[in-house]
Design a protein around this ligand. Structure first.
Ligand code: PLP
Length: 403
């Protein structure tokens, strides 16, 4: 274990940084196979939604234990389409946790639905099932749990609450491709599960996402709504009008993925297990190297969970430090270590403060987590030495600000 740097002056005060080059929070891992598949697609004569996009959707479904998968251009689109396909209407209430990205609540707002926020569990920062159940009213129409950082929610408990109250679950698994809960893949629990293929995610297409479901009709509706509501099979019923004919059967969206991007995803899938293994190795190294840093609380994984390790989020023991989280991040930056914060709770953003009936203090677990949160770099292409550098910087900064 590295002990280097603990007594050296901070880089922000003229000392040498822990490393010479900047280590970002996340760097996509793009291999030769992705490049080859993209070039093949570009040469194929078909570069928008087509066979590669359909194959990616089907492969994501089989990886996640679902019957059907539709690849789209973001997880936000998948969440939005899931809600639309389920018939969410203005005035409907949808329960989600406040410790999430704005996408969850924005898509509800686009539908005129009312976001109902609940607090999270202190160990996983995922939706607290007891608080979910307590927040259900006759107007509740759906539940949107968020698998924070790649740790699955208590998915069978949430599914059981959904069945008890007749509520569909639209799970935000943007972080959780490859995660498992009680041995079953994330994607096999909820009515609809949304994954993100954004640039920093565990599998990327640059921008992209997918919705998976066991319900064939729902999958068909999501697919149809992802491209203008255009029924592309309509021509089969009107053979005299030829293959140019289509019908608009619903006011759809322009949420389709291009085959060029889907090709990146298909290449990534071939390496997905290996990339996940590397993330898990880096996370294990972090856990070991930070064990004896009392200013840092490490993320916990429940016994029932296989973590996807999208993020490696630590919590600062602020009571042991003379600096706040913002200063800690600034010092890491000066040491050439990138980091970030996941998340600013929804109810603390100006827009949602103005539009939702919540105030600071309403969600103590999420607010406390937010004050302490620092996500450290985690991506497959890191080296063990990179992880050691991050830990050396954390140790150095914590040492300087120790109370
Ligand atoms: C929890 C969560 N949900 C949804 C999204 C949206 O994903 P996308 O950028 O693919 O729309 C993100 C993006 O980072 C996220 O962190």
């Amino acid at each position: 274990m590295s002990v280097r740097g603990a007594l050296d002056p901070l880089a922000s005060r003229g000392g040498s940084p822990v490393r010479e080059s900047f280590l970002p929070l996340a760097v996509p891992s793009i291999g030769e196979r992705e490049k080859q598949l993209v070039l093949e697609t570009l040469d194929s004569g078909w570069i928008t939604t087509g066979p590669k996009t359909h194959e990616l959707g089907a492969r994501i479904a089989s990886l996640t234990g679902a019957r059907h998968g539709v690849a789209v251009n973001s997880a936000t689109a998948a969440l939005h389409l899931g809600l639309v396909a389920l018939g969410v209407r203005p005035g409907d209430e949808i329960v989600t946790s406040t410790y999430t990205f704005a996408a969850c609540v924005n898509v509800m707002e686009h539908l005129g639905a009312r976001p109902v926020l609940v607090d999270v569990e202190p160990d996983t920062l995922c939706m607290d099932p007891a608080r979910l159940e307590a927040s259900i009213t006759p107007r509740t129409r759906a539940v949107m749990p968020v698998d924070y950082g790649g740790h699955p929610c208590d998915l069978d408990a949430i599914a059981a609450i959904g069945s008890r109250h007749g509520l569909p679950i639209v799970e935000d698994a943007a972080h959780a491709l490859g995660a498992r809960w009680k041995g079953h893949p994330v994607g096999s629990f909820s009515t609809v599960t949304a994954f993100s293929f954004y640039a920093t995610k565990n599998l990327t297409t640059g921008e992209g996402g997918a919705a998976v479901t066991d319900d064939g009709e729902l999958a068909e509706r999501i697919s149809l709504l992802s491209l203008h509501g255009m029924n592309r099979d309509a021509w089969k019923r009107y053979t005299d009008t030829g293959s140019w004919y289509y019908e608009i059967t619903a006011p759809g969206f322009k949420y389709n993925l291009s085959d060029v991007l889907a090709a990146i995803g298909l290449g990534q899938l071939e390496r997905f297990e290996e990339m996940q293994r590397r993330r898990a190795e880096h996370a294990a190294r972090y856990q070991a190297l930070l064990e004896d840093v009392p200013e840092v609380r490490r993320p916990r994984t429940r016994a029932d969970a296989l973590h996807a390790w999208h993020l490696y989020p630590i919590a600062l023991e602020l009571e042991r430090l003379t600096c706040d989280r913002a200063r800690f991040i600034q010092e890491l930056r000066a040491e050439n270590i990138g980091s970030s914060v996941h998340f600013i709770p929804i109810h603390l953003h100006p827009h949602f403060r103005a539009t939702l009936p919540y105030r600071e203090g309403d969600f103590p677990v999420a607010e406390d987590a937010y004050r302490r949160a620092v996500s450290l770099p985690l991506f497959p292409g890191m080296s063990p030495r990179d992880v050691e550098d991050v830990c050396a910087a954390v140790r150095k900064v914590a040492g300087h600000y120790r109370r």
